[in-house]
Design a protein. Structure first.
Length: 445
């Protein structure tokens, strides 16, 4: 069966589940620019309508969600990748609707719909509407949902119910998926924030291999796990593992660590402006290079923001040869930098992959002055200065030489705190919609 045939069957199942095709194409807000200028500008805005999350998930994996607490499909903005057809893209959800609620002065990580299964979602931008064309659930070797639940007690946050009152079980199969690219074999490559990990999945969403850091000792999974990534990645900040993923023309993959490692501790990581990119060869099934990437000061990326720990890389996009667009962002602003991956900048296997090195890479005030070959970069566009671009941009794709498609993560309409749900346990929606926005760059890339 071809993926396209499977896709048509999935759409029919949505209708059977009570989610008519018209709802999938529902319009919430819109906007287009009518004329080009010599400045970057938004030329199209399209919005995803309301699709009940329970109906969406149960159409893919029947009986997995018994109560969606009034949450709609969202979170598909974790990344976006061209799907070939005009206006068509592959997107991926993250681990599902989650938040934080304080109980006895301590924050608990809540999972409003623990039965939700991360999915690859194919969309089409039609005017000012985002249509869902297909959805592929991520499953284990035996066909069970991977879920978005944390993997390991003591390493990941403990999961709780929507109201933070009931502890949930950890799941070693769980994935907090972020970046996505289409693989040569018709399947997909994804990255995950938990381990962090790189995941190869089939065209039907079955996890074929999950590549994790050496020494992670993740057991009990229902799919193959290979310890192939540098062990220094075990020091990733919680919820700040891999978020960006790019496919280079030669077939190699580039993974971006969302935030600096917590080396030697969380305080050092939170104050650092140096994170890492890794190059992975699918043919060799191994990391072949590692690069130091230096953020701009936080108040340059987001004027008025003072907390350096708010800096993140959420997307990397291959733009030819060994060149990448790298998105530096906070939740309110984003800037795209152009970098070139050079052999001379490779730090793989050096002293900064040893977690006993002092000072660590993350502690260096000026890595370049200390002899570290930090990647050179050039600003392409400050999206924070482009009117009409929403906040929390997590996915970027190239439409043509002059146009980018960007997508935001609306967090499924979730907010933190005890007020996220009403007295009946229904979501008090944030009102933030999932949007795909086209940005024209007059000078191209």
């Amino acid at each position: 069966m071809s993926p396209h045939t499977a896709g048509r069957r999935r759409v029919h199942r949505f209708v059977a589940a009570g989610v008519p095709l018209a709802v999938l194409a529902a319009l919430a807000v819109s906007g287009t620019a009518s004329a080009h200028s010599d400045q970057p500008e938004v030329t199209r805005t399209a919005t995803l309508g309301e699709i009940p999350l329970g109906a969406f998930n149960n159409a893919l994996l029947p009986g997995t969600v018994d109560d969606d607490h009034g949450v709609d499909l969202g979170g598909i903005g974790s990344d976006i990748y061209p799907a070939g057809g005009k206006g068509e893209f592959w997107t991926v959800t993250d681990r599902g609707p989650n938040g934080q609620i304080k109980v006895d002065g301590k924050k608990r990580r809540t999972f409003a719909v623990p039965g939700f299964d991360p999915a690859i979602v194919k969309i089409r931008v039609c005017g000012d509407t985002v249509k869902v064309l297909d959805a592929i659930p991520l499953t284990t070797s035996s066909g069970k949902p991977v879920t978005g639940l944390p993997n390991q007690q003591g390493r990941d946050e403990a999961p709780y119910s929507y109201d933070a009152q009931t502890a949930l079980a950890y799941n070693p199969n769980g994935l907090d998926t972020e970046g996505i690219v289409r693989a040569e074999d018709g399947g997909f490559w994804l990255v995950d924030e938990y381990a962090p990990s790189l995941i190869h999945v089939s065209a039907r969403g079955k996890v074929l291999t999950r590549y994790v850091p050496k020494g992670l000792n993740l057991t009990g999974t229902d799919y193959p796990v290979v310890e192939a990534l540098p062990s220094v990645l075990l020091h990733r900040k919680i919820n700040r593992g891999f978020e960006g993923l790019a496919l280079l023309p030669d077939g190699d993959l580039v993974m971006a660590l969302q935030s600096p490692l917590s080396l030697p501790d969380g305080d050092a990581g939170g104050a650092s402006r140096t994170t890492r990119l890794l190059r992975f060869s699918p043919k060799k099934r191994a990391v072949t290079a590692e690069y130091a990437y230096r953020f701009d000061p936080v108040d340059v990326v987001d004027p008025g923001e003072e907390d350096t720990s708010e800096l993140k890389i959420s997307s990397v996009v291959a733009v030819g040869g060994d060149r990448l667009l790298v998105e530096e962002r906070t939740d309110k602003a984003a800037r795209l930098q152009l970098v070139r991956l050079t052999r001379s900048a490779n730090i793989l296997g050096g002293r900064y992959d040893d977690d006993t090195t002092s000072p660590s890479l993350e502690q260096l005030d000026d890595p370049a002055a200390s002899g570290v070959p930090v990647l050179d970069k050039r600003l392409v566009v400050d999206l924070g200065k482009v009117e009409g671009v929403p906040g929390k941009i997590e996915g970027i794709a190239r439409v043509d030489h002059n146009t980018l498609a960007v997508i935001n993560d609306n967090d499924f309409g979730m907010t933190d705190g005890s007020g996220a749900f009403d007295a009946q346990g229904r979501l008090v929606d944030s009102g933030i919609e999932t949007m795909v926005v086209y940005v024209r760059l007059p000078k191209g890339i």
